[in-house]
Design a protein around this ligand. Structure first.
Ligand SMILES: Cc1cc2nc3c(=O)[nH]c(=O)nc-3n(C[C@H](O)[C@H](O)[C@H](O)COP(=O)(O)OP(=O)(O)OC[C@H]3O[C@@H](n4cnc5c(N)ncnc54)[C@H](O)[C@@H]3O)c2cc1C
Length: 427
């Protein structure tokens, strides 16, 4: 008789877990609180789904974060980025690798990834219960030998018994973190795990835009520039990232700022922007001197627009205490460029869970077996994806973790037949 496996959450890790478990012959039910599965997947990679990164391996654990990053090693080793590509190509989604090892579906559409997973679930007979939030999990007492399934699931809305199968031999929690709640992950998985005795580490938004003092950034809303961004906490612990930033109404977004958001502390935090990272100060000064030699009464903003773009040049001039119309010859040009190469912005916080892409922190991994993803506290219970205290940098690392851990949880759950008594008699 086949095992009944309940998967809580139909996001990235839940979907791969559903396919992987169903392929072993298990009877799989996915419980999804939203009207459709995989809503977040559609938003990933700006709608293109950066589904993995060629570097997302145990050799590059620098891209992952958590109290014990080594926890991720067995899952990443057993299902690597190459396996991800093979898996999706097996479902008809060809992949391609772009700059910095980022992998995307070749068709450029996140919906192709979601459809492939949904259709495979359908083909394998996975039962999908949408609009169904799991609010409680009752587990059989340890050591209890009975012919009943080990788990009884409680749901937010009672649905007709004919539709819902609340019993399971194994449960996989794939409910995500608490970032981007509109995409489904509302943090309820943490509560389910806590109720079963699991510890949840400190949760904080990661990969979120950074909020700063607004006088400088507000006038630049929508402006993008390539910069080196340094985050300094209380005058020390500088973290540096490089890439395109985007000025917003309330601060700085873009990949470098998002990568730095996990290091933002409550007080004394400053972002320092090098807005001309490709040029040394001397080089900038010699170019400006050349222009100045025949500038006459030309305004500073016109002279400097070619270096930074007009809006940014004007904003730096204002910060410097000058109106854009001030004649260039009246400006302290070396001081202007020194400011443009090290412009400090006081940090006031991050944009929070709602605007973050991932949640740092999660279920304490010391309470799970990294070889199987099974709980050390509750037999037959597994967790995968972002609900665990592992998260990754921008660039496909988070989805690779979702695929690797979801796959391992499902295969372990389906393989664990002999480890304890179970039956599917009631289901
Ligand atoms: C805008 C955005 C863009 C991103 N882009 C990328 C990218 O390009 N590359 C990358 O690697 N990562 C990206 N990420 C991060 C990545 O999407 C997540 O890390 C990944 O989806 C986590 O997978 P998961 O299965 O753990 O959780 P999720 O994908 O969040 O799925 C959890 C699912 O569980 C459901 N659920 C939650 N609680 C319950 C419950 N109690 N009962 C029933 N259902 C429940 C939710 O509705 C949801 O569908 C992005 C995130 C966001 C928000």
């Amino acid at each position: 008789m086949s095992l009944n496996i309940a998967i809580i959450g139909g996001g990235a890790s839940g979907l791969i877990a559903a396919v992987s478990a169903a392929r072993t012959g298990a009877r799989v039910t996915v419980f999804e609180r939203l009207p459709r599965m995989g809503k977040k997947l559609l938003a990933t990679g700006n709608g293109r789904c950066n589904l993995s990164n060629a570097r997302a391996s145990a050799d590059n654990l620098w891209a992952y974060h958590g109290a014990d990053i080594e926890f991720a090693v067995p899952a990443l080793n057993r299902f690597s980025p190459c396996d991800t590509v093979a898996f999706f190509e097996g479902l008809g989604v060809l992949c391609r690798v772009e700059a910095q090892g980022r992998m995307y579906p070749a068709c450029g559409q996140a919906s192709a990834v979601l459809d492939a997973l949904r259709f495979e679930c359908e083909r394998l007979g996975v039962r999908v219960l949408t609009d169904t939030e799991v609010t409680g999990i009752q587990a059989a007492e340890p050591g209890q030998e009975s012919d009943a399934p080990r788990f009884l699931l409680q749901m937010a809305d009672s649905r007709p018994d004919t539709e819902v199968f609340p019993y399971a031999d194994r449960v996989i929690i794939a409910s995500g973190g608490k970032s981007a709640k509109e995409h489904g992950s509302n943090g309820s998985g943490f509560v389910l795990l806590e109720d079963l005795g699991h510890k949840i580490t400190l949760l904080s938004p990661a990969l979120a835009p950074i909020k700063t003092q607004t006088d400088f950034v507000r006038q630049l809303r929508g402006v993008r520039v390539c910069a080196v961004v340094t985050l300094v906490n209380n005058g020390k612990n500088a973290e540096i990232r490089h890439g395109e930033i985007l000025f917003t109404e309330y601060g700085v977004s873009g990949i470098p700022a998002m990568q730095l958001s996990r290091y933002v502390s409550k007080i004394g935090c400053v972002l320092v922007l090098d807005l001309l990272p490709d040029f040394a100060l001397e080089r900038l000064l010699s170019s400006a001197a050349e222009l100045l030699s025949h500038a006459g009464d030309e305004s500073a903003s016109r002279l400097l627009a070619g270096f930074l773009g007009r809006r940014l040049a004007e904003a730096v001039l204002k910060r410097f205490g000058h109106s854009p119309e001030t004649p260039a010859k009246d400006i302290d040009i070396p001081a202007f460029f020194r400011l443009a190469k090290a412009l400090p912005l006081e940090v006031t916080g991050t944009a929070g869970f709602g605007a973050s892409q991932v949640t740092a922190g999660g279920a304490d991994t010391s309470q799970f077996n990294p070889q199987t993803m099974e709980s050390r506290l509750c037999k037959g219970l597994y967790a995968c994806g972002e609900v665990l205290d592992i998260d990754g940098d921008c660039g496909g690392y988070n989805l690779q973790w979702a695929w690797s851990s979801g796959r391992l949880a499902a295969q372990s759950a389906a393989d664990s037949v002999d480890s304890y008594i179970f039956t599917t008699a009631k289901i």
